[in-house]
Ligand binder design. Structure first.
Ligand SMILES: *[C@@H]1O[C@H](CO)[C@@H](O)[C@H](O)[C@H]1NC(C)=O
Ligand SMILES: *[C@@H]1O[C@H](CO)[C@@H](O)[C@H](O)[C@H]1NC(C)=O
Ligand SMILES: *[C@@H]1O[C@H](CO)[C@@H](O)[C@H](O)[C@H]1NC(C)=O
Ligand SMILES: *[C@@H]1O[C@H](CO)[C@@H](O)[C@H](O)[C@H]1NC(C)=O
Length: 509
């Protein structure tokens, strides 16, 4: 059967996925059989009721009669299609860049439909050069060009649905695309939700200088929530949050001096300082999923057993009874392909790099990991950069809804406020949680506002802060939640929980 492949779109500091270097050794069986058409001709695919289509677009929009490209599009169709209540498609973008929208809807389309309501088709697609879209990567001289085409392709997919304007929910790097779309086509916005917001100007300047504003706060939430969970729920518990922080410092120092070897059924290696730090940093992206496991891993490690912690970053066993697509290949330096081509050229001297790192360290203790994003673009081949890089301003035909968490480790809510300034009437909704994008934590409040916005166009009032439902360390397991027939808010919570299991927002970097 089809296993969820939520993690294949997960791009991290430690394991970056290069869309361009991606090797699809088993091209999708169903996709190869589909006819490419200038209309959206839907065919049943994967599991009921999913539908797929291959959509033909010009390879080069300036040359519409020339060679064409084929975009792999998927949807979870609205059960209300054909009725008065049907409202059209919502386009989702899982972040990335390079994350597969097809996999996102394949694994989580049903949950998104339940979350947003039956009135909409839930639609996503593999951008040019990614996954099932052809031709793959190599036709684009730069990532930037590929992204620019993405904007236009998005418009075409919407138009093929018979719609003038776009409804879009983009996460993380998907917010850069959304903001670009809004700046280029401000009058084509029906609804735009940008969630886990990247400061697009900072990104295109290859600065990465304001991502870590809340990262230490996210780590603090580990200490606090572990303490609140108590010794029964948090294996790394100590008598105060400060004591838990101290214990982590001591453990980190000890691992720095004496790494712990690990052998599992899949691989072997060391839990050393770097692996420990990367693991902790990455768990800040999804505290509700990862903190309990992290606490177990740290507690085991403190006793000399590194297995649980090691397994966080262990490449999963190849699992492809699925007949769909081989998992994306992890490529260690893949992030550079994207960031360095999208962004302004970096030509810092050694002293400038040093001072850059020093400044970043004032923001967060995680600067040592983050600084490499800019510094590793040094020496990147010179390229002509003609793609749109701002300004990110526009009077949109409907106001944008921005969403930011109070302790997002890589896209602080301050970036949402900064981006919102360029788009009059847009509103920032704050979710009071750690984690990357609103999807990383359960909030019926946030879910309600997003649903209301798509259904009715209504924006939350300025300054709304949504609480989360339930603690990070909780005795209630997902399985018991799923076993029950639930309604109302509980049902939303259950859907959000299942979404966290199947879909992880791809980190922008
Ligand atoms: C796209 O087509 C235009 C017009 O024919 C041409 O000038 C341009 O070089 C083409 N771009 C690419 C990337 O091939
Ligand atoms: C280390 O922990 C793992 C996971 O809990 C366990 O399976 C394994 O037996 C432990 N190893 C030792 C040597 O205790
Ligand atoms: C948006 O509209 C305001 C008021 O009409 C105008 O001053 C501003 O220049 C417009 N912004 C853009 C980017 O068009
Ligand atoms: C839709 O929005 C309007 C105006 O903001 C509001 O009065 C109405 O109650 C909303 N409808 C629903 C179904 O929430």
């Amino acid at each position: 059967m089809f296993h969820s492949k939520a993690f294949t779109g997960f791009i991290s500091l430690a394991i970056a996925l290069s869309a361009l270097a991606q090797d699809v050794s088993q091209p999708g069986l169903i996709w190869d059989d589909l006819e490419t058409s200038t209309e959206l001709k839907w065919t049943e695919c994967y599991t009921q009721p999913l539908q797929c289509a291959r959509f033909q677009v010009p390879l080069n929009y300036s040359d519409p009669e020339g060679t064409t490209a084929s975009i792999a599009v998927i949807r979870f169709p609205s059960p209300l299609a054909g009725t008065e209540e049907y409202k059209g498609p919502i386009l989702l973008n899982p972040g990335g860049p390079g994350a597969s929208g097809v996999e996102m809807v394949e694994g989580s389309g049903e949950m998104f439909s339940q979350l947003l309501g039956p009135n909409f088709d839930i639609v996503s697609f593999d951008p040019r050069g990614i996954g099932f879209s052809t031709p793959r990567g190599s036709v684009f001289p730069t990532e930037a060009q590929r992204q620019l085409y993405l904007e236009r392709d998005m418009l075409r997919i919407v138009e093929a649905h018979g719609e003038e304007k776009i409804r879009y929910w983009g996460f993380s790097y998907g917010t850069v695309l959304g903001a670009t779309f809004a700046a280029l086509f401000p009058d084509r916005i029906e609804r735009l939700v940008l969630d886990g917001v990247v400061d697009a100007e900072n990104y295109f300047a290859t600065l990465y200088s304001n991502n870590l504003l809340d990262t230490d706060k996210a780590l603090q939430s580990f200490f606090d929530s572990c303490f609140e969970g108590g010794p029964d729920l948090c294996p790394f518990y100590e008598s105060s949050p400060q004591a838990i922080a101290r214990k982590l410092d001591e453990l980190t120092q000890s691992i720095f001096l004496r790494p712990v070897p690990v052998v599992t059924s899949l691989s072997y290696g060391l839990v050393d300082y770097s692996r420990l730090r990367n693991t902790i940093f990455l768990s800040l992206y999804s505290p509700y999923t990862d903190f309990p496991r992290l606490a177990q891993g740290l507690a085991d490690l403190a006793r000399g057993n590194g297995t649980t912690l090691y397994q966080f970053l262990e490449t999963p066993a190849f699992d492809c009874a699925c007949g769909t697509q081989a998992p994306l290949q992890p490529v260690l330096d893949g992030r550079n392909v994207i960031g360095c081509t999208d962004g302004k050229e970096v030509s810092d001297t050694f002293e400038e790099s040093e001072s850059y790192l020093r400044d970043l360290l004032l923001q967060s203790q995680w600067a040592e990991l983050w600084a490499t994003l800019r510094i590793s673009c040094l020496g990147w081949p010179k390229q002509e950069k003609k793609h749109f890089q701002g300004p990110f301003v526009g009077n949109t035909s409907h106001p944008i809804l921005w969403i930011g968490n109070t302790a997002d480790p890589v896209t602080p809510v301050a970036s949402a406020h900064k981006m919102a300034k360029g788009f009059p009437g847009s509103i920032v909704l704050t979710q009071d949680s750690p984690g990357h994008s609103s999807m990383s934590a359960p909030s019926t409040c946030t879910a309600g506002h997003v649903r209301e916005y798509f259904l009715n166009g209504t924006l939350p009032a300025e300054g709304v802060v949504c609480p989360v439902d339930g603690p990070i360390f909780s005795a209630q397991k997902a399985s018991t939640l799923e076993a029950r027939q639930v309604e109302g808010e509980d049902q939303i919570l259950q859907v959000l929980e299942r979404l966290r299991q199947t879909f992880r927002v791809a980190s922008p970097f």
